[in-house]
Design a protein around this ligand. Sequence first.
Ligand SMILES: Cc1cc2nc3c(=O)[nH]c(=O)nc-3n(C[C@H](O)[C@H](O)[C@H](O)COP(=O)(O)O)c2cc1C
Ligand code: SF4
Length: 418
Amino acid sequence: MQETRIALRFVGKYDTASVSEYCALGGYGALRKALSMDKASLIGEVASSGLRGCGGAGFPTGRKWEMVSAAQGAQKYVVCNADEGEPATNKDRVIIAGDPHSLIEGMAIAGYAVGADMGYIYLRYEYPYLFPVLENAIADARNAGFLGSNIFGSGFSFDLKVVSGGGAYVCGEETALLESIEGKRGEPRFKPPYPGTEGLYGCPTLINNVETLVTVPSIVLNGGAWYASFGLGDHCGTKIFTLSGNLVNRGVFEYPRGTNLRQLIYEVGGGCPNGRQLLGVQTGGASGNIINGDMLDIPLDIDDCSAAGATFGAGDIMVFDDSKDVLEIVENLMEFFAHESCGKCTPCREGNARLLELIRKIRRGEGTMEDLDTLADLSETMMDCSLCGLGQASPSPVVSTLKNFRGAYLSMIEGGQR
Ligand SMILES: Cc1cc2nc3c(=O)[nH]c(=O)nc-3n(C[C@H](O)[C@H](O)[C@H](O)COP(=O)(O)O)c2cc1C
Ligand code: SF4
């Protein structure tokens, strides 16, 4: 299957230490064009492209830009979420390492659209080698006049700073991220107010993921309708998918939204190696649903995935072959969440620890049928009552395996074995 590279358009195509090589590919042409457009038309193109946030929640990008543009405030900010703490995702790392200038260009365009003159890139703490890549690219862009005051003589000024992530999964949640930039402990805020009206230092703030922002220059150059046309059926545009786990081919691939999951796993991923059969797939990251091999005919986009009982998230697809124990996978995931819960709210702080305890009890062969009911009830409470997306979504591996792999639980309870 031929890839459709839009977010990944220039990855590996130029020397990231050379802004002139980026310009030779047409780089910063989209910023020049954007600055000649009125802000409403620019935001209109982003809205008509159908681009949706690539960080996990899938919020329509054009609508978010409109809201921040309309928000009242003398000072506004653009923040790029490059925290990428999701265990099965590494697309943002690939983009930044191979094409930092498209991110800078996308952020400057976003700044112009919403009325911000300053932007921050919140970069994952565990990517130390990417700090100099970004900082050098920002300095080169500034020296070339693509950042700083009065860009292209347009009267628009914009600058960027890279901020180190806090080293915790929850710091990728947009309000915890803002707390962290402000130098506080990275804990989520109560919402509303949303960052679009009251974000960084209380000012209206646009927060977008790396992949979302690097897609913008192509939309500006070619138009919203051009971008939308790449989606299959009624889907718009493309998405980067991270394929990992028991696959012959793993990595980061960009395909049209609406691509069939089974096709992606077998035609791109090459299926499971060593003649193994597929046991299950976790889609949408560590807090995504785990589906079984009968459920793979899903067009990959946000609404289709949720309708089919899968999760879209940031486009992560982790495949498990039949040598794996699904309850061991769930235990591993719940260990992660019990460790990463920031502890601010009770349902998540206590709930993840309790889910982990129960899964371990079942795996030891000491579980009862009542434990299965407790797992389901507790998960529901956490999903309904947790303060942020971490606790709201972390029970998904439990809930989905109780449904899609019930036999694995029952055999441990009835026979004390897998
Ligand atoms: C626990 C948690 C972790 C998150 N981590 C990330 C992350 O690493 N990167 C990201 O872009 N979004 C992450 N998000 C989603 C952000 O809160 C936010 O929706 C996103 O950055 C908005 O950008 P987008 O509209 O371009 O997707 C996370 C959300 C939660 C609840
Ligand atoms: S849901 Fe979890 S991570 Fe989010 S605020 Fe509550 S305790 Fe913290």
